[in-house]
Design a protein around this ligand. Structure first.
Ligand SMILES: Nc1ncnc2c1ncn2[C@@H]1O[C@H](COP(=O)(O)OP(=O)(O)OP(=O)(O)O)[C@@H](O)[C@H]1O
Ligand SMILES: [Mg+2]
Length: 408
């Protein structure tokens, strides 16, 4: 059956990626079958902010077209990732009295309303309200209070907000490219959805998405989100070090990093040399260990800052399942070894695998975590509400209805 389609669009600072999938109808075991992917180098966007609307629109259109052609479908809507310095994550709490014998879902809605009723400045918009914890009569650690008895229900939420202007311009670029924005999802939430297994989230795990200009973090413990953050460094910071350390232009520095970069100098054969482009056609060479040292120093600095952040949330280090690295930088050779030493925790690199089928091997790379997570988010939303997906053919209402009946 090919009727229910969802698509994720990740407009990163370096790469724009799209994933199109279809919902596969195995009852009680929903999966997203990957049908098509698209990938282009991002233009018209700097540090996750649209700076040239025409160029960004063209890049988005080309990426989605590529995914559509591969999938053999036309989409009308997409889930879009939001990240960058303009995103803020704040905590907010609310309390309500429980009238009836037991807590019902309406009470959850009310307590969320109270916790969300903070005045948002005009230039910011709410992206998510994620429950951090529920307390019933002062007892915390409750995942789902529905059906419990008590007189006082309290919640603590993460409120994720973004700059209205930045989010608005991204939306405009997608719309100008010919697609509706079905939902906007904070990227670390999306990436976590695609790469983290349920038992890891129970045990305690931090997903660290090392992108081009920023690093997204989402921490889970006992099945709940315990921290969400964006930090202002990424692969471009490493490229900057290579530009200065090797005296080469940006494009060469990036190419050298991606082709020859190693995260631990001790993993490089001391005899290895890296050829650098020279002026007037006269090339130069530097030891491979020197290039690796530059990368290692920067990554160490980044991991130290990440570690400080993780320790703020978990001073005793409760992340039993350790750290999962995603994003383009996670493809650096030897990065897991370095991260294990710096973060003193188990580290693995994460690629989208959770709940995926079909051509999922094509996105089995750390860089595709966000785009895949966005599509999965769309699939989750559809399964909850029966809305928000694209369909290939007409007869939507009956087909969606039949499909849902088959599922539940
Ligand atoms: N094989 C590789 N080795 C090292 N670095 C790599 C490799 N491949 C890509 N990168 C780097 O990863 C970064 C891009 O990662 P990614 O595609 O996840 O970023 P993005 O999503 O576009 O950016 P952001 O998430 O910050 O908006 C770039 O700095 C790029 O040079
Ligand atoms: Mg990214």
């Amino acid at each position: 059956m090919r009727s229910i389609l969802v698509a994720g669009l990740d407009v990163g600072s370096t790469c724009t990626r799209a994933v199109v999938g279809e919902l596969l109808g195995r009852p009680h075991h929903p999966q997203l079958g990957v049908l098509g992917i698209g990938r282009s180098r991002t233009v018209g966007v700097r540090k996750d902010v649209v700076t040239d609307l025409e160029a960004a629109t063209e890049c988005i259109r080309a990426t989605l077209r590529e995914a559509e052609v591969m999938a053999g479908v036309r989409l009308d809507r997409v889930y879009v990732g939001v990240s960058g310095d303009h995103v803020a994550v704040d905590r907010s709490s609310g309390v309500v009295a429980v009238a009836a014998e037991e807590i019902v879902s309406r009470d959850i809605d009310r307590v969320h309303e109270v916790a969300q009723a903070v005045a948002l400045p005009q230039d910011r918009e709410l992206l998510h309200a994620v429950p951090r914890d529920y307390y019933v009569d002062y007892h915390g650690g409750i995942t789902d209070p529905v059906g419990m008895t008590g007189t006082r229900l309290e919640t603590e939420l993460y409120l994720v907000t973004g700059s209205s202007a930045v989010v608005g311009n991204l939306t405009r670029a997608v719309e100008k490219a010919g697609y509706r924005v079905q939902g906007r999802v904070f990227e670390p939430l999306a990436a976590g959805r695609a790469v983290l297994a349920e038992d890891e989230k129970e045990l305690g795990v931090a997903m660290v998405d090392l992108g081009g200009s920023s690093t997204g973090i989402s921490v889970h413990y006992e099945g709940k989100i315990r921290d969400l953050a964006v930090m202002p460094f990424g692969g471009a910071t490493i490229t900057g070090d290579l530009i200065r350390g090797l005296s080469v232009p940006f494009a060469d520095a990036r190419r050298i990093k991606e082709l020859h970069g190693v995260a631990c100098a001790r993993l490089v054969d001391p005899a290895d040399v890296v050829r650098l482009p020279g002026v007037n056609g006269r090339g130069r060479s530097v030891p491979g260990t020197y290039v690796a040292e530059l990368i290692e120093q920067r990554l160490e600095n980044m991991f130290r800052r990440i570690n400080r952040r993780l320790h703020e949330t978990f001073p005793q280090g409760a992340l039993g399942a350790g750290i999962v690295l995603t994003g383009g930088v996670a493809a650096t050779h030897g990065i897991c070894q370095l991260a294990r030493t710096c973060l003193e925790a188990p580290v693995r690199s994460g690629f989208p695998a959770e709940g995926l089928a079909g051509l999922s091997d094509m996105i089995a790379r750390p860089g595709f975590a966000t785009a895949a997570g966005l599509a999965l988010h769309g699939a989750d939303y559809f399964l909850e509400t029966g809305e928000g997906a694209s369909t290939v053919t007409s007869g939507l209402v009956t087909r969606v209805g039949a499909w849902l009946k088959e599922f539940f």
